[in-house]
Design a protein around this ligand. Structure first.
Ligand SMILES: Nc1ncnc2c1ncn2[C@@H]1O[C@H](COP(=O)(O)OP(=O)(O)OP(=O)(O)O)[C@@H](O)[C@H]1O
Ligand SMILES: C[C@@](O)(CCO)CC(=O)[O-]
Ligand SMILES: [Mg+2]
Length: 427
């Protein structure tokens, strides 16, 4: 019996090498961020309430559907893990269109579609109605830091839990071990389906990192073979500056633009994708060297520069991303590349040693002129987690109202006690 309320949480990610080429079955390297998404699931006390509710205030979406009007007949409800590479269930996709007709903004549509697809796939008509799903995130949305994957993982884990497909999470932070649990593999596979709803043709790297946490080398395989995910432990402590252009874009659009270029220029772009593969492999070897010395760092910086150039060639940069790169180059701050799908969103800069405070101030002044925002975050955080029965101190904040009304991202985390290690459990 599921006890309400509960919260699931999953991290964003930063791709260090291999975005876009990952979609073409090339290896890529990514790490979980300390910025996270939180999904609160509450149940209202009215037993006759026939609705389920979505409250996604970060994107200003508030919606409800009647449970009794959902196309339950389109799902089998003996759903295990979907086989690798499986496409979305075409009948369900079609059946959901009528439930989404009143949602016209693409931002809202993809989030609601992801929710409904996972809800109907993982729960059945017998589950309690009157549930509200409220999402808040400390991640910038549509900025290349995996916000879509983190909501997909939050939804897949919560719905798999409600649907009885995964059991209660039990491991605490220190005992979360290296081996993948069945629960995590289940959540990884279904959040991939959620990512498909949001952006069509994901490689699976973002949801893999959001589920398992840490840092990985990831490669999707051809012909529906399972993707390969190698955990990278003992990452060298590299000093990254993360800058958000705040230029909005959708991963779905960028991935489909690259698909067009790859289709129109197969030979020329084939070489670009192969170079990206070589870069990811060389970076992997450098980062896992037992002694990551200055020479290794210099080589890694060059790989960052080359990788960015190749992404520019695929057409996924943006004048604002180039501005960040230009300022960092002029001030000799370090090497910069876009991260995630590009077209706006964020850039990462691997910083040189010994940069003076004056130089940082100068850089920040330039960034401010354009409204760019820099982030301090750590790499390699925890994957998907569950918070139930929080201590009294925090439980008063587990209501839809307080979740919706949190003003700052800091307020979200301090109010629900997410830094209180004992409260969170991991699968
Ligand atoms: N906090 C949130 N609340 C509701 N929906 C969200 C939230 N965060 C992300 N989304 C959904 O994810 C979509 C953004 O996903 P998109 O893949 O375009 O960007 P991203 O995941 O932030 O960047 P990238 O894929 O490059 O890492 C939004 O349009 C919305 O549908
Ligand atoms: C652009 C892309 O490579 C990364 C988006 O974070 C798409 C994907 O791998 O799913
Ligand atoms: Mg995304």
């Amino acid at each position: 019996m599921v006890q309400y309320p509960f919260i699931t949480s999953a991290p964003g990610k930063v791709i260090l090498f291999g975005e876009h080429s990952a979609v073409y079955n090339k290896p890529a390297i990514a790490a979980a961020l300390s910025l996270r998404t939180y999904l609160l699931v509450t149940k209202n006390s009215d037993p006759n309430d026939d609705y389920i509710y979505l409250e996604f205030p970060d994107i200003k979406l508030s919606h409800k559907w009647k449970m009794s009007e959902m196309p339950w007949e389109l799902t089998t409800h003996e759903q295990g893990r979907p086989p690798e590479g499986e496409e979305l269930n075409a009948e369900l996709v079609n059946g959901l269109t009528t439930m989404l007709t009143t949602i016209t903004s693409p931002l809202h549509y993809s989030a609601a579609y992801c929710f409904l697809y996972l809800f109907l796939s993982l729960c059945n008509g017998e589950i309690e109605s009157g549930l509200t799903f409220t999402v808040r995130s400390t991640l910038p949305i549509g900025a290349g830091l995996g916000s879509s994957a983190s909501i997909s993982v939050c939804l897949a884990s919560a719905l798999a839990y409600i649907g009885g497909h995964i059991k209660n999470a039990t491991l605490d932070k220190s005992s979360k071990i290296i081996k993948d649990s069945d629960e995590c593999l289940f959540v990884d596979a279904w959040s991939y389906m959620g990512e498909k709803c949001i952006h069509g043709n994901p490689s699976g790297i973002d949801n893999a990192v959001a589920t398992h946490g840490g840092a990985v080398m990831f490669q999707r395989m051809a012909n529906s073979m399972p993707s390969v995910r190698t955990s990278m432990r003992n990452l060298p402590s590299i000093n990254l500056l993360l800058t958000n252009t705040k230029t909005p874009r959708r991963t779905a659009d960028l991935v489909s633009n690259v698909a067009r270029v790859v289709n129109d220029f197969p030979k020329s772009t084939g070489c670009i994708l192969e170079s990206m593969e070589a870069i990811a492999r060389e970076a992997y070897n450098l980062m896992l060297r037992p002694f990551f010395d200055n020479d290794s760092k210099v080589r890694l910086m060059e790989l960052i520069r080359i990788n960015h150039g190749l992404l520019v060639a695929l057409g996924v940069s943006h004048p604002n991303l180039e501005r960040i790169k230009l300022y960092c180059d002029e001030l000799k701050i370090g090497e910069t590349k876009l991260t995630g799908a590009g077209g706006g969103g964020c850039a990462i800069t691997l910083l040189n040693e010994n940069i003076t405070q004056d130089t940082y101030d100068e850089l920040n002044a330039k960034f401010e002129q354009h409204g760019f925002q820099t982030f301090k975050t750590t790499l390699g955080g925890k994957g998907v987690g569950l918070l139930m029965n929080p201590s009294k101190e925090f439980s008063e904040y587990l209501s839809v109202e307080s979740f919706v009304n949190f003003k700052t991202t800091n307020e979200i985390e301090t109010s629900i006690g997410c830094s209180s290690v004992e409260s969170w459990k991991y699968w």
